[in-house]
Design a binder for this molecule. Sequence first.
Ligand code: TRP
Length: 335
Amino acid sequence: MEFSNDKKIVFSGVQPSGNLTLGNYLGAIKNWKTLQDEYNCIYCVVDMHAITVRQDPAELRRRTLETLAIYIASGLDPKENLLFVQSHVPAHAQLAWVLDCYTMFGELSRMTQFKDKSAKNAQNINAGLFTYPSLMAADILLYKTALVPVGVDQKQHIEITRDVAERFNQIYGETFVIPEPYMPKTGTKIFSLAEPTKKMSKSDENENASIKLLDTKDAIIRKFKRAVTDSDTCVKYAEGKDGINNLMTIYSCFTSKSMEEIEKEFDGRGYGDFKLAVGEACADGLAPLQAEYARLMADKGYLESILKEGASYASYLASKTLSKVYRKIGFYQTK
Ligand code: TRP
């Protein structure tokens, strides 16, 4: 794979720290393939970020490959998109260290994700959790990224990336491209099925709160049946009906029907019927992805070849930025 040099760079990443959910898919990955013609797109499996929270080694290894397979099964063609694993490209850690030295303690202390995660992992508030944004900044800045598709929860990390990049450019002259967050028009926020005001998250402890992309049809239907709604009986998109709104959003994503069409379809039919229909639409909608995923996972040789090729091209691109940075800050470089 090779990028044409007239296109802007898009970079995003997913941590292999849990089973990917419908939220990751509808809110992010599914939309990424629509960018592949217009941009040079890079999608990374950010395993180094994942270890800021304790991981089981065998699971981390398995999920790293699974995440890659899900990227591809979601339609990201490895010939068009650069797909790789973060730890395979040492420049990420190398640039992160440099950026650490240009990022202030006070800035990092203000990160809401750090505060949230420290509260959740009170026994393991490690330095990596604190400097997580510098590593993320390195991911982005190494590739001259213009656009970073992320959810709102990551916007603060893009802002600190911009601040640090601008600070560095001020001191040393134009070095980094200043990235912008990118929220695709089609990006959809999916909420928890158990607490529909909270984002659907792969780290939710409640089994029923999230649909995993690899859930069986039975599990999907069962979870939608249990989805929290309200005491009303009318399928209608309205304020205060967070549960129903979320289910309607999901149904709309899989059927391409508008909210009005959905309201008409379920007029007078009650929540039971509606939940079953959402479950079926979701299970059937995910079936092709699941089949492709299974096919890919049976071919580890192919997946590994993608990883090797991805790491090699990413290393080539990243090394150009890293050596420029090293030169600017005064690290001695031999000829
Ligand atoms: N922090 C992001 C998240 O948890 C993952 C991530 C790491 C990322 N590096 C990135 C996203 C670079 C976009 C760009 O969702």
